[in-house]
Ligand binder design. Sequence first.
Ligand code: GLY
Length: 337
Amino acid sequence: MADRRRFLAASLAATAMGTLSSAAGAAPAKLSGRARPRVVSTWDFGVAANQAAWQVIGKGGTVLDAVEAGARVPEADPKNHSVGRAGYPDRDGRLTLDASIMDGNGDCGAVAAIEHIAHPISVARRVMEKTPHVLLVGDGALQFALEQGFAKEDLLTPDSEQAWREWLKKSEYKPSANSENETYGKGKPGDAHNHDTLGLLAVDAQGRLAGACTTSGMAWKLHGRVGDSPIIGAGLYVDNEVGGATSTGVGEEVIRTAGSFLVVELMRQGRSPQQACEEAVRRIVRKRMKAAKDLQVGFLALNRQGEVGAYAIQKGFTYAVCDAGKQDALFDAASTM
Ligand code: GLY
């Protein structure tokens, strides 16, 4: 079982000084110390993703190989209703997937609203490596995937279809940013029942970075809706000179602020990963004061030294950290409320 250490807002002062402390007084987690190589990712399901990525690094694979391998884990998980094959569909009952991948050298690829392909992250990598483009969408992305030899599958699982049919009974058409959270509102947006995107960042011993981001997006979304995850600079950004960042939550808010790019640029200007995530979240809250109280956005950042930062609008955003010391650490991010 993952080692869960809970950090509250009180830990922020310690964070700024270079360590994270548990509010419960447990041993400090030295997430700010030089500890590369390291893999970090969003949410509880990030633990398993990290471990898959870590194995690749352990066998001498590249960080790019590692983040792709990590992202494929939740994509294949039949219990994960927000990433990959078991994701909840849009309001038309169609499962459309978004994914992006980025190497710290600036190479990147993405697919948006792709259907019938179980591992969009691997198609995103092919876009990066086999085409002169960065982003393929919809039918074009599917056509490309099939040309590349990916299998066409019916991905909608019985569970997901049942959940969609439940939603159809009321069929409330509320194109609000939080509709997925409202529909499965067993708690606050971003809690264990509502978490979404897998964002994963890795750094190797030489300070080389890569990142991956994959999601089925918001449940019951309008057909054709695309969130932040496949948008380079929004859901994911990585630069070997500085570090990487990824996001989770309501993608529209992240796109509006070019969130992951913002986090990396703040780190470039000298902020720690923690400070950069906090500033990016606070910018969303400041500009979107009314909406922010009901929605969740979380950022996760990793710099080239292996230092980690995470921050969210609301409580409930968890992130997983894997390094030579521990491969199943799971933390609660600090938040504005
Ligand atoms: N962050 C995932 C999405 O909004 O689609």
